[in-house]
Design a protein around this ligand. Structure first.
Ligand code: SF4
Ligand code: SF4
Length: 114
């Protein structure tokens, strides 16, 4: 897993990275508040990084230590059931959503649902 999406995506989820990914490995459902990179499909091309308006995407080797938890979170999205994933990581995502509220790139529609 060389590329991961971190906290700044939560509540933004604008899909700018999705549009440029050549292998369609940036995934989310409508219910998710962020996107995730499937490590089994990502070809480590780096095209997504400059597209992100909130600098949410990192090469793991360049990621600040404060974002360490997001590596496991991204991996778990593709290996856990949905209930188990949100049971283990929902609080981290919810805290990031709260932190990002009202930012210039946040999507208000994501804040108008439970
Ligand atoms: S590094 Fe390339 S393949 Fe991997 S998620 Fe980004 S755009 Fe897609
Ligand atoms: S470009 Fe950034 S904010 Fe937009 S969906 Fe991708 S990771 Fe999230």
């Amino acid at each position: 897993m060389a590329y991961i999406i971190t906290e700044n995506c939560v509540g933004v989820k604008d899909a700018a990275c999705v549009v440029v990914c050549p292998v369609d490995c940036i995934i989310a459902t409508d219910e998710d508040d962020m996107y995730f990179i499937d490590p089994d499909i990502c070809i480590d091309c780096g095209a997504c990084i400059p597209e992100c308006p909130v600098d949410a995407i990192y090469v793991v080797s360049d990621m600040p230590a404060s974002l360490d938890q997001w590596t496991a979170l991204n991996a778990a999205y593709f290996t856990s059931g949905r209930e188990a994933f949100y049971g283990a990581h929902g609080d981290l995502i919810a805290a990031a959503k709260q932190k990002n509220a009202g930012g210039p790139h946040t999507n208000p529609a994501l804040y108008q649902r439970p």
